[in-house]
Design a binder for this molecule. Structure first.
Ligand SMILES: [Fe+2]
Ligand SMILES: [Fe+2]
Length: 284
């Protein structure tokens, strides 16, 4: 088995949106022909405005399918307190996806989406106990040979260089939960800078840790830190031996997203894991 996942995030359709880059993304996505497109939230800039939802819906329709999507904090209305309190994800469900517990399943791979943006959430996110139980029950159905990938909007690790704590509420518990569920890879967004790391970077009493893969903003002007004014996404390949992550950065000169860094991790199906020789860039 071998699968390619195109991971984009923080589209922010609205005033900070960069239409030419969205058009380049659509063109490139069809060239890549991924097995799955993941969008890890913040479809619109301001969820109160219907026009932004319609445009985001159009952009999503232009990207290849199948898709697995989750909402971000910007997808919850800010000014309409009635909607915010009583139907925070009503517009997301109407224009983007009705499914708030999406699961993508193929032989050897399962990808599960979790909502971390809730009505009372202004910037940070959280995972409720019942959501954690649902995730545990879904992932418990799969054996250790299946690569388990989770998608949610908010990060569990602050990348280096961040001046403010942006992690999800109870990030420590979330990291332990991912580890207990044998999640190999977490795809997130929210902080508008791409980052590849591991939960073992911040919590050291884990069984094996989870690879962290953050996408920056793929189509807006809201890039942060080293990605200020820049746009990024990730192309991920999963097979029996390795998870390969290519961090893609949009380059004006190329008019497309190009690999800025590549990472290869051994799959963690057993207690001992190492890259087979033909997967290594540096021979031993
Ligand atoms: Fe965002
Ligand atoms: Fe966000």
């Amino acid at each position: 088995m071998s699968y390619r996942i195109l991971h984009v995030s923080d589209l922010h359709v609205g005033p900070p949106f960069r239409r030419p880059i969205a058009e380049a993304l659509v063109r490139q996505a069809h060239t890549i022909r991924p097995d799955l497109v993941v969008v890890s939230g913040d479809f619109v800039q301001r969820a109160d405005l219907i026009g932004q939802w319609r445009a985001a819906q159009k952009l999503l329709a232009a990207l290849p399918s199948p898709q697995l999507v989750v909402p971000g904090n910007h997808d919850v209305p800010l000014y309409n307190t009635h909607l915010r309190l009583f139907a925070p994800l009503g517009r997301y469900r109407r224009y983007i996806s009705r499914d708030l517990n999406p699961v993508f399943e193929r032989p050897g791979l399962v990808v599960v989406g979790v909502v971390t943006a809730h009505g009372l959430t202004f910037d940070g996110g959280k995972i409720s106990r019942s959501q954690a139980a649902t995730l545990r029950s879904i992932l418990g159905r799969y054996g250790p040979e299946v690569c388990k990938v989770v998608v949610w909007h908010h990060p569990v690790v602050n990348p280096p260089g961040l001046h403010k704590n942006r992690v999800i509420k109870d990030a420590h518990a979330a990291i332990h939960m991912l580890d207990a569920c044998n999640v190999e890879l977490l795809l997130s967004g929210h902080i508008h800078v791409s980052y590849v790391g591991n939960t073992l970077d911040v919590v050291n009493d884990l069984r094996q840790g989870t690879i962290i893969c953050q996408s920056g903003t793929t189509t807006s002007r809201r890039g942060y830190g080293r990605e200020q004014g820049k746009n990024s996404c990730n192309l991920i390949e999963v097979d029996e031996h390795a998870i390969r992550i290519s961090q893609l950065l949009y380059m004006d000169e190329a008019d497309r997203f190009v690999p800025a860094a590549e990472h290869t991790f051994p799959r963690r199906a057993g207690p001992v894991y190492e890259l087979p020789p033909d997967e290594r860039d540096v021979p031993m």
